[in-house]
Write a new protein. Sequence first.
Lengths: 116, 91, 505
Amino acid sequence: MNWFNFFPLIMVVTLVIMGLYVVLFKKNLIKMIMGIAIIQNGANLFLVSLAYREGYVAPIWTSAPATDMVLPTPHALTLTSIVIGVATTALMLSFVIMLKKHYGSINSDDARRCRE
Amino acid sequence: MALVAYLFYQMGESSYKKTRLKGDPFISGNRPSKDPRDIHVGGDNLYWGFTHALRKYLDPLVEGHTGIVNDYVYWFVVTLAFVLVFLYLLI
Amino acid sequence: MNVDLLLQSPVFILGIPLLFAFLTPLADKVSKELRNAVFIIGLLLTALFVSLMAYEVYTIGSWTYVFGAEDPTAITDVSFFRITFLADGFAVLATLTIIITAVGVGIYSFGNMKDFDDLGKFYTLFLLTLAGVMGMVLTSDLFNLFVWFEVTSIASCGLIAYHNERGESVEAALKYMIISVIAGLLLLFSIGFFYGEYGVLNYFLIRDSMDGAFIDILAIGLVMVILSMKASSVPMHMWAPDAYSEAPDSITPFIAITSLGSLFVLFRLIFFVFRGAVEPSSIGNLLIILGVLSMFVGVSMALKQSDVKRLIAYLSVSQIGYMMMAVGVGFATLGTADYGAFGVNAVEGGFFHMINDGVYKALLFLSVGGIIYAADTRDLNRLGGLAHSMPFTTFFFIIGGLSIAGIPPLSGFSSKLLIYKSVYLYNPVLAIIALVVSIVTLALIGKIFFNAFLGPDQKIGMKIPRSMILSMGVLTVIIVIFSLFPNYVVSEIIAPAIEALGVAV
């Protein structure tokens, strides 16, 4: 095992920290949603890198070589997560559009009529 | 018994003088207004003394609820850090 | 009745709302009456299958439903690599709590929302949220939990933003969406930790292989924070008052039910899955800290509110604190002699309070919705004198309000008494805090009652539809039943739930 095996995990940590930084410190709502998308990519990369097993093949039965296959659960999870991610991002962006129409701003400092 | 009570009631009833202010709500001696909305003490005026006495505790709490979505995420991350440190130290 | 159908009931509890969710917009094309009929039939069928599942669990015991297997109820070697549902006492408790509120809210929506068009989509989102919460409490697979978690988030955000002609509704929905999407992604990370360490995602297999390593602690911490956020525990409660106050009046209790649902999931996970791998006092004390904070901060913030729905939203945050504290005390004493002495009573009190809370909070929010429908304002400074024109709503509000404050004859008292008694033996300070919070809650209910209902008639009331009265009446009857037979509820509903979690004495 060399350090290269940890490369995906290092990337995951980098992506999550970048995304969290954007969500915490950027006031532009569109940028915040972009930050969430970055965290999401980190999560997907994490799951895919967990699923990798050296020397294993993809679990497709048709004319597969007689070696071990990886468990497809993390891949299914990643696909689900990507689909859900698209849905949530679209919903959030449409909320931002409506917010812009009502408040005339996409700054999170202005979107605070509900407070206290 | 009931008869005696009724007699007492009648004595009071006969001496009742129908003046204008009797039976009206009393608000700090001011002449009550005709609008029912002014007579009803409600909303923020209720428990005013209680919240005013606790203002040193309540005001920072209210200030903390900024309504900015970044702060919501901030508290989420802070709690996450606290919980992880707490569990790590105790387990 | 065919026995196989009864054993399949967990699937129908999910499948019927999902099917009817997409039938309602189709029926809406035909006529409004058909749409309403389809919606209520879907809701009542779900309720029927919940009661069938309850009947089956209480007569023949719990079972695991395996999706995609030849015999769904048989456990084989590969069963736990499939998606499994767990039908046991705890699932019955959770689904009962959810369905009671859902039926109440559904009937209420007919009257409350009748002035709005485009209701086909409204009912679609409603049934999708119902399916999501049911899936969250029934599933016994982390992957599946994530899916239902996101379904619940998306559908309930759509419901919150239903009045999108108002900017505040959209704002509340966006805030809730952002924080719950981040929570969902972190849930994905914790699932990844579990998968990476054990290669399995089923509750049973994780429970059997957990060893309390560092990664486990990371994953447990993530899951706990995420689910407490969904349950609106302080200091992650700030979305709750926004969402509760800006959602349509009929939907507000339903958003509160998604919170209760995630609390059920949290308790299922810590008792059923994480129990063996961790030191009980650590998670227990964490729950107690979060619970006490929720109780205290929630009720303090409620003191400063002049918006009636925000006020009750903060009260509901403080009620969540009771459950977390009580169950935390139960968990902290797990494995010691104290658990048999009072810990199990604390857990009973916490679970009983959850089912009570679901009902009386729904009644409170719905009666307040009646006030708002009649007077067209949420501002306590402008309300007043509504008892003259709305005697029924006044009565229902009194029942709900006295129940949330824990006044003796009502159901809230029975569960709070169990909590006080058991928590006092763990640490008297906790019981004193709980009592103080209860008193302040009563004072705040008095404030709403005085402001909105008492005072001279301001002639601002208008008649509210009959279906709203009916749904509040149904919930009141359920509260009265719980109040009259608390012993029966504890022994017949709560005790099997505790037994299902494997922590019965």
